[in-house]
Design a protein around this ligand. Structure first.
Ligand code: FES
Length: 220
């Protein structure tokens, strides 16, 4: 798989991202997401470009790019499939979904299918335990998944059929999602609710019972 070169136009976009922050180096994570959306990975050349734009050393950029697991140093497939296997998801079927996906796709953690369609990753808790077990496609949520839904999801993605996150967002590709993660507005923000009823249940009960957090030392 050939890795796309970062163009002058891309460098202008990286400059724009850097200019959004009072301290330019704060833009490094969005910039790495952008580089990954262009290249399908964060390549050594991508690291060099980010370092140049931010006036950092490549080692400083590489330290960040290699710390966060969302940044890949191998070419990703069109779709990134994440399976949460942390405690709650695992107990509610996440481990089985992981096994099912490794069987269907024939790949393991951080591997990409030969047709370049899917990269599979065992992911950590997505703070969506109320709708466990959770699968993500290009970091969009597929809540309360089960083996039948997973099978249908992969079939649709293979056919290129339209797929929506269970929260309403249209699934595109990890490249498009990467641009959103970089902070580039795709105009679809309103497609997905921020929280559903189950996520707000604890807050509702706390309000009904007039509960509040204990005041800590130094609180005003
Ligand atoms: S354990 Fe899977 S979302 Fe929290």
């Amino acid at each position: 798989m050939s890795i796309k070169t970062i163009t002058e136009e891309d460098i202008k976009t990286l400059e724009t991202l850097a200019a959004k922050y009072p301290v330019r180096r704060s833009a490094l994570l969005p910039m790495l997401h952008y580089v990954q959306s262009i290249q399908g990975m964060v390549s050594p050349a991508g690291i060099q470009v980010c370092a140049r734009v931010l006036d950092l050393t490549p080692a400083e950029v590489a330290a960040v790019a290699t710390f966060y697991t969302m940044f890949k140093r191998f070419p990703m497939g069109k779709h990134h499939i994440g399976v949460c296997t942390n405690t709650l998801c695992a107990l509610l079927g996440g481990d089985e979904l992981w096994k099912q996906l490794t069987d269907i796709l024939g790949i393991g953690h951080d591997e990409t299918t030969a047709d370049g369609l899917f990269t599979l990753e065992r992911i950590e808790c997505q703070a969506a335990c109320t709708v466990a077990p959770v699968v993500t496609v290009n970091w969009e949520f597929m809540d309360s998944m089960n083996p039948k839904a997973v099978r249908e999801l992969i079939e649709k993605l293979k056919m290129g059929a339209p797929v929506q996150s269970t929260r309403g967002v249209q699934i595109t590709s990890i490249a498009e999602s990467g641009k959103v993660l970089a902070g580039i507005n795709d105009g679809k923000y309103a497609e997905s609710p921020l929280a559903d009823d189950s996520m707000l249940a604890g807050l509702r009960v706390a309000k009904e019972r007039k509960m509040s957090a204990p005041t800590g030392k130094g609180a005003k």
